[in-house]
Design a protein around this ligand. Structure first.
Ligand code: SF4
Length: 76
């Protein structure tokens, strides 16, 4: 799965939301979240993010971001 990380905070761009083929972005007031069970790992959102906030969970220490994205995606 891909996850949204801290560079997203207060970012005003939603280019990533528009390109996601499965609509798995959830929008909060200051932050976006990707539902990790809905993301199909296509990767098209990553280069669209001007804040470089979207990362694959294969990078080190991403577990906490996966859980945060899940928590907020289910809340919103
Ligand atoms: Fe959506 Fe693809 Fe990004 Fe996952 S990797 S959030 S499916 S655009």
């Amino acid at each position: 799965t891909y996850v949204v990380t801290d560079n997203c905070i207060a970012c005003k761009y939603t280019d990533c939301v528009e390109v996601c083929p499965v609509d798995c972005f959830y929008e909060g007031e200051n932050f976006l979240a990707i539902h990790p069970d809905e993301c199909i790992d296509c990767g098209v959102c990553e280069p669209e993010c001007p804040a470089d906030a979207i990362r694959p969970d294969t990078e080190p220490d991403m577990e906490k971001w996966v859980e945060l994205n899940r928590k907020y995606a289910e809340l919103w």
